[in-house]
Each structure stands twice: as structure tokens, then as C-alpha cells.
Design a protein around this ligand. Sequence first.
Ligand code: OKP
Ligand code: ZN
Length: 344
Amino acid sequence: MKTFYTADHHLHHSGMEVSFGSIVETFEKPERAQIVLSRIKDVGLGPVLDPQPYGRAPIERVHTPDYLDFLENVFAEWRAAGRDGEVWPYSWRHRSMPPIDSPPSGLDARLSYYSFDMAGSITETTSQAARRAADTALAGADAVLAGDRAAFSLCRPPGHHAGRDFFGGYCYLNNAAIAAQRLRDGGHERVAIFDIDYHHGNGTQEIFYDRADVLLASLHGDPDFEFPFHLGYARERGAGAGEGFNLNYPLPAGTGWAEWREAFEDAHERIRDFQPSALVVSLGVDTFKDDPISQFNLDGEHFLVIGARIAAFDLPTLFVMEGGYAVDALGINAVNVLQGFERA
Ligand code: OKP
Ligand code: ZN
């Protein structure tokens, strides 16, 4: 299958993050995409193609114009305020404070309005990098629309925590959602998103929560103990017309292959019942046993089986890279899914 990739992902690098009280090198670093790319070349998966720039229109099918403006301009505003370093939000609207529905004018208040955490910062070129990641997803979707059985969008930064107008969890634009919408706009009436990243795809859930044309099934660490917290419970099933089209499978810490696979197979069946004509896989491999920020126990070989089972849908399929932080094994694990798919 074709891989879509651009070196422009280097335009985003937060450098550091706070992890359990320590300032550490961020887990979401440029090396991640490099390692996956070199594995793709090593195994000869197929051509690696640079995505064209798509402009804002296909991204605005998912994200609001005011949020895109904010992403583009906030760094300059930060500097103009006399501040050094990168743009970091630091204070959020507590449940004791009444909710608002339009952006405040003050810089820091606005930053918290458009975010939910401080996993990643906004650098001078973060918006450009995120836009190129979205281009990468769109080019993959277009390959599928043009008739490819499958494509891989090697996106970085990842996307599934980003909502219509917010960033968080290392994510700025929701690459998988943008691709799913592209498939819808290209003529697919029902598109399923299978999110197998270790973390709940809260952004993707928010974007499609009231829609019946895009089904989201997500397997993840139970939000009771795991990031992003607060969202990802099984009781969240969609709203209005979207009721029943959002499926969450929260799983306990220590989940191994047998239990993960059981949930995966249940989701697999529910996705088939939905009868989609195209599939987007939010491909995180942070379910790996040695992942430094996760608590599931999948092994390298299991990713081959996952790929084979995804092939069994027999659908045009777009794989979109999300998480995976055990850099030594990241290339092998991610590409195992793609090879498992191709061999099936
Ligand atoms: C993004 B994706 C570690 C905390 C990390 C953010 C996790 C974002 C995961 N100190 N918190 O879903 O892989
Ligand atoms: Zn993740």
C-alpha cells in the first residue's frame, strides 16, 4: 500500500512535558515518525508519497475557522505579549465556574478555551505541522477514494484528542476525522472509524457524537484511571441522530491480548452491522507492553493479527497514525498492522 508522509512533521516539537511531577523530554517527538518511515522502507511496504497542500476548506469540514485562526496566530500573539518559550495553556475552567460558549479576549483565558490540557505546546510552526499532518490524512483518503484497497497516512502530530475547536493530548487537528469526512464528501454514505490507540479518542467522539453517518468504535484504557479521563465510558453512546453510533470499550490497566481481542472482536461485529462502505483506523500502537506511558500488554506479533482481522472487513481502509511511544519497537509494531493487513 501507499504511505503518505512529509518531513514537515519536524515543524512540530514541543520539547518537554510534565510527567508525574517531573519535566521530561516529550514522548511525542519527531523521531517517532522517522522510525515508522524507516521500517516502511526496510520491509518495502510500497511507495512513500509527499501529500499535496489542500488548503483550509477540507479541514473546515471538521474544525471551526476561529480555532484554525487561533492556531495560526497565537504564537505571534504570545511573542507580542513579551513572552519567551512556547505557548502553554495553564489554567482551565473548573466545574465551579459557569461554562461559556465564545472565546474570551484575554490570551491565557482564550488558550484554555481552545484546549483541555498541557500535554503539548504550540511552537512557531506547530500550526503548519498540524496542517501538513491533515494534508497527509487527506491524501490517504483520496488514494482510497481513487480505488486503492488501503493506504497509510503517517501523520504526526497525532489527531484523535483534537476536537472541532480544541487541542490536547499532543493533538491539534483531528487527522482521522478530517479523512473520514473526506470519505463522506467523496461519496461514502457510511464511514466507520475504528480507534485502536490505547487512549480514548475524545476529539473524534466529540466531532461525530450527534451523527449517524460516521460510527466511532474505540478501545482504550478506562478513563477512570487513564488519560484523557472524564470521557470514554461505555455509557457514552452518541446523541440525537447519533445515538447508538458511538461505541466505547474502556478496559482495565494490565489488559492483555485475550481480553483486548475479545473487546476488539465485539467492536468488529458492531462495525460490520453498521455496514460501512469505508473504514478509517486510528492506528495507535501504544497498547504495546513496553509503551512508556501506557498500561496494556500487547506484543509485537499481536499487531500482525490485528492487521489481518482489519483486512477481514473487506473494506477500503485508511490507516491513520496516532500514538505509540516505545520508539525502539514503534516501527515494527505499526508496520506489523499494515503487513498483517496486506498478507490476509
Ligand atoms: C496521545 B495519543 C505522560 C502523560 C501523557 C498525554 C497522552 C496523550 C496520548 N506523562 N499524557 O492518544 O497516543
Ligand atoms: Zn494514545
